[in-house]
Write a protein of this length. Structure first.
Length: 329
């Protein structure tokens, strides 16, 4: 009787476990990814590719829903929600992350990274990995990857700029984070913090004298209508980070986390290369529509000026540590 009871008990336990297995296997996760760019931007297409590959690789276990044009809200609010555990992601930059772990801001500093290949190498830096660990452990923000490169930022103005001295007195719009502000100041201009959507009317009304952007921003913002010159200083290679809340990230099964990171890097590198190719066509179109590329820009002078931003912000040692990690110092 005891043997029969044990067999029945074992059978019942087996059936119970079998019933539970499909429920566990069917657990689903959804990540809402927010970004400020429009639906026609290459990044939006790249994010959709990332989402599709993650869903396929996890057999539907992890779905990424992509929201363009800041549909979920402004970046600062989204980041705070992520820190509280919300299943939301944000396309952001090192300048904003530098407000939590100050060293990370160097990735958006003047002449820090020069090429897409440089950015890929930075992922192997022990110093940057340590900063990312601090960001996750102390501030609730998990970097998924930072292989998304929008191109080099240049100065777009209504007066030719060949040296940092030519920027003296010119009010140049830039994002509000300290590394952006001090970089533009070090390069000779007066930085003006302003939202992206406010730039066109501000240029029309001469509230600002110019902006610093990547080529691919120009047609979408129609800035060629209100700006005459571009000085191709390439002073910042714009590196973007894909970030989620660390609490949400740790809630995912390990296989999902791996898929999220690996497919982020793959889609980011592919998108960055497409953007670099597209940039030359955009440049050609904008010059054909009346913009003028300034010749004889003193790049050596701009590089020397840019180095001062790291000194002002007290980030020179952090910059050198990362460059040493990747063999560039």
């Amino acid at each position: 009787m005891i043997g029969t009871a044990m067999r029945h008990g074992a059978l019942a336990l087996g059936l119970a476990l079998a019933a539970m297995a499909p429920a566990a296997a069917q657990e689903r996760f959804t990540l809402r990814l927010n970004h400020v760019l429009g639906p026609s931007e290459p990044f939006h297409e790249g994010f959709q590719t990332w989402a599709r590959r993650v869903q396929e690789r996890t057999n539907g276990g992890l779905t990424i829903r992509v929201f363009h044009s800041a549909q979920l809200g402004v970046e600062e609010d989204i980041i705070e929600q992520m820190r509280q555990g919300a299943a939301i992601g944000q396309n952001t930059d090192a300048a904003r992350l530098g407000t939590y772990v100050r060293g990370m801001a160097v990735l958006n500093g003047p002449y820090f990274a020069e090429t897409i290949e440089d950015v890929a190498k930075l992922a192997e830096s022990p110093t940057i990995r340590r900063w990312q660990q601090e960001l996750a452990a102390s501030h609730g923000l998990q970097v998924v990857c930072f292989d998304w490169v929008q191109g080099h930022r240049h100065f777009y103005t209504n007066r030719p700029v060949r040296t940092p001295q030519d920027l003296a007195g010119q009010r140049i719009r830039t994002p509000p984070a300290p590394i952006w502000q001090e970089s533009v100041r070090a390069l000779g201009a007066a930085p003006v913090a302003m939202a992206f959507g406010e730039m066109y009317p501000a240029l029309q009304q001469r509230a600002i004298d110019g902006v610093e952007l990547v080529w691919n921003n120009i047609p979408g913002g129609r800035f060629n209508e209100v700006i005459r010159y571009v000085s191709e200083t390439g002073h910042i290679l714009l590196i973007n980070f894909q970030v989620v809340g660390s609490r949400f990230f740790q809630s995912l099964p390990e296989a999902h986390r791996t898929a999220l990171v690996e497919e982020c890097r793959r889609a980011g590198q592919e998108t960055s290369r497409r953007i670099a190719e597209r940039e030359q066509e955009v440049r050609r179109q904008m010059l054909a529509r009346g913009m003028t590329a300034v010749d004889n820009v003193d790049m050596a002078a701009f590089r020397r000026a840019g180095a001062r931003a790291y000194e002002v912000l007290g980030l020179a040692a952090e910059r050198e540590a990362v460059l040493r990690d990747v063999g560039r110092n």
